[in-house]
Design a protein around this ligand. Structure first.
Ligand code: NAD
Ligand code: WQD
Length: 340
């Protein structure tokens, strides 16, 4: 059995990926310092999979702690989720973001290089494209100057991985550029639970529907889009999790050591904020209070993925419908808030 280290595995994307990896027959080791999560997600993973998860409460910036994990386990590959991810906070606290996001990744790569190499998947983001001139974006679309320190950490980490695999021939990498991950595991045992006021659209919607937020503000209806609200590519969290399994298989089966490939992970279908709000209400039969306000600083007008490379090379495709995804997001929020 191949063992995969999941850094940040107690978080939103990491926990769902841990489920998919376990189901696919991988052994999973999670390292997380719980700075933006807690152990309930680990209990959820264990309930869903019926398997015990090996968990280290560890900071990936701490080389000794990472060496301990590699010393105690045979790790064949790693998926690096551990990072801070709030765009606005990164503008307020750039040094904290640069330190955590860059140091955690370089430390992981250093320890892997010292332990005989392996396969690395890095969590990147569509944010690296900024507002692209041509849509949908392919992996060849040029990256734009980052609009935030957070976005910059994604660009720099992509470059770090490219350089690291060139220098260490026993390392190989895949960079996955996620579009907008949403939803929850269909069991409602794991999902997204942001701390404080959510920045992202879907958790804000579910919390508003649950009565925790008074109303949703739709940031701008004067964009140059069919209904004036911004367009995004919303990808189901379980589809996204499955892309990581495909990426690991790709590295094991086909890719040559010393290389690093890049893939967009989205659906390829743009959806407007208003369309999503309407669908959420229809699918879940709830009324959502919302108002239109001004644009949010730093937001792009429209972005969605060309996913043909991932479809062809990884053999991966987004399968879940937006209806299914929004139903799962609401089921998770209801369970969390004990709404019958
Ligand atoms: P999350 O905050 O839910 O998960 C990240 C996890 O990493 C948390 O459990 C946190 O406690 C942990 N962590 C942070 N710093 C750490 C450190 N130094 N050592 C150990 N653990 C640490 O976020 P998520 O939504 O699951 O995102 C996972 C990754 O995907 C991040 O790298 C994020 O930037 C990237 N990403 C997320 C999105 C999104 O919209 N959610 C989109 C694109 C890319
Ligand atoms: C989606 C749309 C908002 C909240 C962010 C990061 C990106 C990536 C994913 C990590 C936008 C609108 C939102 C609200 C709204 N994360 N909106 N009211 O901004 O596309 O991407 O998360 O890498 O880097 O920037 O996602 O969910 O915040 O917003 O109208 O209360 O919903 O303006 O058009 P975004 P989002």
């Amino acid at each position: 059995m191949k063992n995969i280290l999941i850094t940040g595995g107690a978080g939103f994307i990491g926990s769902h990926t841990a489920v998919e990896l376990t189901v696919a027959g991988y052994g999973v080791v999670i390292a997380d310092n719980l700075s933006n999560s807690d152990t309930t997600s680990l209990e959820g993973i264990e309930k869903i999979t019926g398997r015990k998860i090996l968990f280290y409460k560890a900071d990936c910036c701490d080389k000794k702690q990472m060496q301990k994990i590699f010393g105690e386990n045979k790790i064949d590959g790693a998926i690096h989720f551990a990072a801070f991810k709030a765009v606005g906070e990164s503008v307020q606290k750039p040094l904290m973001y640069y330190y955590n996001n860059l140091t955690s990744f370089t430390t992981l790569l250093e320890v892997m290089a010292e332990s005989g190499g392996g396969n690395v998947v890095f969590s990147s983001s569509a944010t690296v494209y900024g507002q692209a001139d041509v849509l949908p974006v392919t992996e060849e679309t040029p990256r734009k100057t980052a609009a935030s320190p957070y976005g910059n950490t994604k660009q720099v980490c992509e470059d770090i991985l490219q350089d690291a695999v060139r220098a260490h021939s026993d390392l190989q990498g895949i960079i996955l550029r996620y579009f907008n991950p949403i939803g929850a595991h269909p069991s409602a045992l794991i999902g997204e639970s942001p701390r404080g006021i959510p920045n992202n659209l879907v958790p804000f919607i579910t919390q508003t529907a649950a009565g925790i937020r008074r109303e949703l503000q739709i940031f701008g209806n004067d964009y140059n889009t069919p209904d004036g609200t911004a367009l995004r590519d919303y990808i189901d969290i379980m589809d996204l999790a499955a892309a990581h399994v495909s990426a690991l298989k790709r590295m094991t089966d086909h890719q040559s050591a010393g290389t690093c490939e890049v893939f967009n992970v989205g659906t390829g279908n743009p959806l407007s904020v208003m369309e999503l709000v309407v669908k959420f209400q229809e699918v879940n039969k709830v009324n959502l209070k919302y108002s239109i306000t001004g644009r949010r600083e730093g937001d792009v007008e429209a972005i969605w993925a060309d996913t043909s490379l991932a479809n062809k090379v990884l053999g991966w495709k987004a399968r879940r419908s937006i209806e299914e995804t929004l139903a799962n997001a609401w089921a998770w929020e209801k369970k969390l808030r004990r709404i019958i």
